[in-house]
Design a binder for this molecule. Sequence first.
Ligand code: GDP
Length: 479
Amino acid sequence: MDLLNKLTQHTALQRLQNQVKVLGNRIADHHVSLAVTGLSKSGKTAFITSLLNQLLNARESADLPFFSVVKQGRLIGVKRDVQPDVTVARFAYEKGLENLTQTPPVWPESTAGVSQVRLLIKYRNQSKLRRLVSEFSTLTLDITDYPGEWLLDLPLLELDYQQWCEQFWQDVHDITKSRLAEPFKQAISGLDIESTPDEMQLQSISTLFSDFLLQCKAHGFQLIQPGRFVLPGELAGAPVLQFFPLTPEQLTSITNQSVFSSKETVVGLLSNRFEQYQKKVIKPFYSKHFKRFDRQIVLVDCLSALNQGAHSFNDLRKAVNWLLGSFHYGKSNILKRLFSPNIDKLMFAASKADHITPAQQHNLVLLLESIVHEARQQIQYEGVVTESTAFSAIRASKSGTAEVNGKTLQVLRGTDLNGKKITLFPGDVPSVCPDDSFWQQQGFQFPAFAPMPLEVGQQTFPHIRLDHVLEFVLGDKME
Ligand code: GDP
């Protein structure tokens, strides 16, 4: 009897212990879905490559003094795991690493679509509650990389084909854009828009339209719509990307409105493809990916825009604010209908801060804040915690001093993309969005730096404030 009692007690105790263990694991193992975006060439690939490089080597050679879990010696180890979504491309970390460690090192290939990577981060708990149930926890971190250009398409959901055409041609009034649009304008001028569509002809005009958008991008314009035409991802060559805007004159010449709803006419087919683009391209991105993100980093390359001149900088401001429209969903019915968002923290990060001297970096943060000011207030109003910073994912310059005309100046030293050693002072960064006088008097100029080779025995890339970024997005999840 005594033995039976003991056995029953033992089993009950074991059950209780198991239940505590299960609960403990539940508290101990948690998950963050971190999204990284920004317009093309804003530095997303370099950022994720460097972040993985730091975390995967964090125990042996971490250079993350501000990341609390590292600073407090609580990081046990980080490993890469199989990503959850097999339909999404794997982030090409190994290839990026190969590029950056070859002789001479080169930058990894830029983001062209959505890609993902999953990390398991094991650490020693600091929080009393967590320590009660387990000494260690594992954070599953999913990082998703996606082009910011795709977020620029959100406002297209509120337009029909005709409204889009009108908006498009208003925007082409800019002299440079108008010149770049010439071949496309000529191609559509002779089109009989009420006739039966010729697929091959529409395809070749769509190519001219894409070329125009790509040319705009190459000339420093940042607000490019539809976003998939410049970064098609897996949709390259698909008919859903084969449409273009007719001119308002062409549209008003139509007397019989029924042609818009007939796919047997050019205008009807274009209008239908525009709707398909809204339904099959824009909306699925939000419902498949966007709504799953918990935390978001938006990279903004203010310095390259300053480098390219007033038109580029002003376009960047507009584009970043359009892009941020996806994060103040309270204002937008379309967004509310598409998903119930989860993002609770958002970081604005001015990238490539190694292109300026340390003394200028505070101004870069202020400049970024002046660009995002309005959108940031609205995003915060939604209950999202935000922060701005300036950082460099992979520092490619060294700062130092030089004597110029008897004066000591802060300068940067590095190697340009042709392998030539350079020393330069790129200019003062304005602390607010610059006005005309800035562009007339001062301007801003720097050549791109090539990545520096790693020193013997060095495993992690030098960076500026990557640890601040990590602390903001993950610090509170690893307590
Ligand atoms: P993505 O299109 O957003 O993925 O942009 P990338 O990460 O490919 O970066 C575009 C280019 O910006 C790179 O090829 C580099 O020339 C440059 N770049 C990115 N990050 C840094 C950085 O931290 N420092 C410097 N000096 N250049 C950078």
